[in-house]
Write a new protein. Sequence first.
Length: 152
Amino acid sequence: MPATKTSEPPAEGRKPLSRPARVTLWVIAVFAVAVVVAIYFGVRNPSVPTGPPRLAAQDFFNDLETGNFHDAYGSLCTVTQQSFTEAQFVNLEQGKSPVVSFTITKVSTAHVNGAPSANIVVDFNRRGNTIDHHNVPMVEQNGRWYVCGEPY
């Protein structure tokens, strides 16, 4: 026997959403997903502020400029200090043309292996109008920023 159709009236249900309402719901859903993703990456890998490494680098460069090599050596990270004695560092710096001025051109920060790090790009103006361009790596140790390069 063939299936028969019944002529029941359609059940009262929800009215379909208008097109503007559907678009609005999609926009809200996409925005909510974007917020969740932004929060996830913000918590997972928070940014490192550039101010503290910049200030520490400025102190180091000021010490080089004024010939205060003892304090400049104190601004080096533990690994770099293990590579150079203070006397070697002082001799190295005294053998170079003196720093007349410096310009920090860029500061970038990141997390490397979960630890905050920074890279400072600086131009040293030395006596005789020579300019040395350096990328100066920095690390944070015990809440303080240190220059951590060979020697910088």
